[in-house]
Design a protein around this ligand. Sequence first.
Ligand SMILES: [Zn+2]
Length: 263
Amino acid sequence: MFRYNRHVWQSDVLELAGVGHGFSTREGGVSTEAHTSSMNTGFYRGDSDDTVRENIRLLCSYANISENVVGTPQIHSAEIRVVGRENGGEGIFRDVPYPCDGFVTEERGVTLLIRVADCAPVLLLGIRGDGSPVVGAVHAGWKGTALGIAPKGAKMLFDMGAERVLAAIGPCIHECCFNVWPERRDELISLLGREMAERHITKRGDEFFADIVGINAELLYGAGVEKVDILPECTQCNPALYHSHRATGGVRGTMGAVIGITE
Ligand SMILES: [Zn+2]
C-alpha cells in the first residue's frame, strides 16, 4: 500500500530500517516554469541546473536519504549499473559517459535516482540472510519493459545475496491511456511471447492499449519477487499532479524515483 507523505509516494512494501525511498510528483519543488513546476528532476527541460539540483536535494530530504545521488542519462535500454558511494554526483554535478536505465547498490550513503514522465519507475529492495539490504531503481518505459529491465534488476539483487526481493511501481501511464502502435505489440510478442501480449495489450476500436504496469509486475513475480506494490495512479489522467509526456506533447518536467541505504 502506498501513502503520500511530504510530497512523495512511499510503499510499505519497501519499508525496512535503514532504507529510504520516494516517488516524486509535481509538488514540493522550487521550479517556477508553468510546465516544470514545481518539482522537476530533469536537466534540459527549461529549469536552470541549480534549480534541478535543488529539487533533487529536496526529494532526497523528503525520502530521508543521502544527498549523494547518482542519476546518469537514460537511453531506454536494459542497462543497469552496479554503483557505490564513489559514484555519487554522477549525472548531477558531473557528466560521465555511462548512460543506463537502472542502478543497484549494496553501499550505504548513495542514492539511486531514475527519472520518468509516463514511463514506469520501479524501485527494488532486496533483503539478505543477515537482514542487510541491497537496493535498486530502474526506468521501465515501453522499451525497457519489453527488454525486461525490471526482472533483470531483481535478478541482480538476488545475485548480490538477497534472499527476498520486493518491488514498488510508482506513478506512470496506465492501460487507460497508453495506446501503442500495432508494431509495438508485434515487438512485445517477439520479445516476451504471445501470451504476455494477449494478457496485457487490449484492443479498443482500432487502437491497442498496453498495460506496462501489468507486464512489469508479471515479469517481476516470474523472477522470484515476493511482492509488487502498484500505485494505481495514471500520469496522463492526472497532469496537474504528475509530469506526463503524452498529456503535454513533451513540454513537461520530469519526476524522480529515489532509493538508498541510509548512512
Ligand atoms: Zn490514464
